[in-house]
Design a protein around this ligand. Structure first.
Ligand code: FE2
Length: 392
C-alpha cells in the first residue's frame, strides 16, 4: 500500500533547525557550532542527572578546546514550571552569555529554548502561550538531546507548567527552533529501560498524531510514517539492550524526524488527554501519552481509516486482504503489542487513578481544546468521558 496522494493542497509550512548534526561523537562538534553562531560565551542548560552522567563535562571540554567560555545552569526539574525559565534568564543576563546550549531530556531543552527567547523579550514565558505570540527573536541556541522522544530539538514548541493555574502551556514560535541540533546516539546509551520506553512512546505518539492530524502537511506525513516504522522496529531493542548503538541511533533519528513532523502538523488529543494525567498524577509525559494512545486511536480511527491502516502496515502488521476497517484496527493491536513488550500497563486503574476522578480528568482534557482542531475526529465532552472510561 504505497502513498498515492497527499491530503491537502492548501498552503502549508515546514519548519526545521538551520542545521542538524547527526552521528556518533557528534557532540564533539559543539565548539565549532558555537563559533559558527558568532558565540564566545555559552551557557549549558541542564539538570543534575546530566551533570552526574558526565555529559556536561563532555560538552564543556569540547567548548574549552574551541576556546569558548562556558557556564552551566543545572536546576532544570522534570515537568518544569515557568519560573525556572526566569531563573535561567537571570543567569544569562548577569553572565552576558551569547549562546544557549540545551543538554538533556525534553525539560532541559524546553527550558533552554524558553530562556533563549526570554533573554530578549519582556514578561514571563507563559505570557506567550499559543502560536506565534513571541515578538522578538531570542539568543542563538544549540540543542543536544540525551533521550530519544521529546522531539524538542527539532520542533518549534516548548511546554512549561504555568504555576498560576497549574496547567501545561505550549509556546509555539519560530523563535523556539534550534539554530543547530546535535544528535549523538552515544549520549542516549545510559537511559534506563523505563525512560527509553516512556520517551520512545512519546516519539511514537508525536509521529502518529502528526500523521493523522487534520492539519497535517505533506512534509509531516512523509517524516511521520517513517518515524512510526523506525520506532516500531527499534524501540523494543533499545529497551531490551540499551548499549545497542544502532537501535539508539535509529530511535534518536526517529524522535527527531517526529519532532520535525509535529512542528508542521500539530498534535492531537492523545497529548490533550495525557497532559492532565501527567500534571495531576505526576507521571512522566511519555508514560501518560503511552497509556492514552491505544484508547484514543480506537476512538480516532474512523476519522481516517486509510491512514490508520497504513500505520498498522508501517508497524509491521500484515494487512494484505483485510478490509480497510480491519486493517485500521490492526494499528491499535500493534500499539498494544508494543506497549506489552515494553511492560507499559495502559489502564488508568493500574496507576492508582480512581474512577471518582473522571470529572476532574474530563475538565482537564477540555482545557486542551486547542488540540481538538488537529485531531482527526471531532470531540465533545461526552467523547472525552467515554475515552477516559474505556481507559480504566
Ligand atoms: Fe509529547
Amino acid at each position: 500500500m504505497n502513498q498515492a496522494f497527499y491530503e491537502i493542497s492548501k498552503v502549508s509550512n515546514f519548519f526545521s533547525p538551520q542545521k542538524i548534526v547527526l552521528g556518533q561523537d557528534a557532540v564533539k562538534e559543539v565548539g565549532d557550532e558555537v563559533k559558527s553562531l558568532n558565540g564566545s560565551k555559552a551557557i549549558i542548560v541542564t539538570d543534575p542527572g546530566i551533570v552526574s552522567a558526565g555529559y556536561v563535562k563532555l560538552v564543556e571540554d569540547a567548548l574549552h578546546a574551541a576556546k569558548i567560555e562556558v557556564g552551566s545552569f543545572d536546576r532544570v526539574e522534570p515537568e518544569p514550571p515557568a519560573r525556572i525559565v526566569g531563573e535561567c534568564v537571570k543567569m544569562i543576563r548577569e553572565g552576558k552569555y551569547d549562546v544557549v546550549i540545551g543538554l538533556g531530556g525534553g525539560s532541559s531543552l524546553d527550558i533552554a529554548k524558553g530562556a533563549a527567547i526570554m533573554a530578549n523579550n519582556p514578561g514571563t514565558i507563559a505570557d506567550y502561550a499559543g502560536i506565534d505570540k513571541v515578538p522578538r527573536a531570542g539568543l542563538p541556541k544549540i540543542l543536544i538531546p540525551t533521550t530519544a522522544g521529546t522531539g524538542s530539538e527539532t520542533s518549534r514548541s516548548l511546554i512549561v507548567t504555568d504555576e498560576r493555574d497549574n496547567t501545561k502551556k505550549s509556546i509555539a514560535s519560530s523563535f523556539g527552533i534550534a539554530d543547530v541540533a546535535i544528535l549523538d546516539p552515544l549520549l542516549t546509551l545510559s537511559m534506563p529501560p523505563q525512560v527509553t520506553a516512556n520517551t520512545g512512546m512519546d516519539a511514537l505518539v508525536h509521529a502518529i498524531e502528526s500523521y493523522v492530524s487534520a492539519t497535517t502537511t505533506p512534509f509531516a506525513e512523509i517524516l511521520a510514517i517513517e518515524a512510526i516504522s523506525l520506532i516500531a522496529h527499534n524501540l523494543p531493542l533499545a529497551y531490551s539492550k540499551g548499549s545497542n548503538v544502532i537501535a539508539r541511533y535509529n530511535m534518536l533519528l526517529a524522535a527527531s524526524i517526529a519532532g520535525l513532523a509535529f512542528a508542521s502538523s500539530r498534535l492531537g488529543i492523545v497529548h490533550g488527554l495525557a497532559y492532565v494525567i501527567d500534571t495531576e498524577y505526576h507521571l512522566p509525559h511519555g508514560r501518560a501519552n503511552a497509556i492514552m494512545l491505544p484508547h484514543v486511536m480506537n476512538f480516532n480511527k474512523t476519522g481516517n481509516l486509510r491512514k490508520f491502516a497504513k500505520i498498522a502496515e508501517a508497524m509491521g502488521e500484515n494487512v494484505e486482504g483485510l478490509s480497510m476497517y480491519k486493517a485500521a484496527e490492526k494499528s491499535v493491536e500493534a500499539v498494544e503489542n508494543l506497549l506489552n513488550a515494553l511492560q507499559i500497563p495502559f489502564k488508568l486503574s493500574q496507576y492508582g487513578i480512581s474512577r471518582d476522578d473522571l470529572p476532574k480528568l474530563v475538565e482537564g482534557g477540555m482545557k486542551q481544546a486547542r488540540l481538538f482542531i488537529p485531531n482527526p475526529r471531532d470531540v465533545t465532552p461526552e467523547d472525552l468521558k467515554s475515552i477516559y472510561e474505556r481507559a480504566f
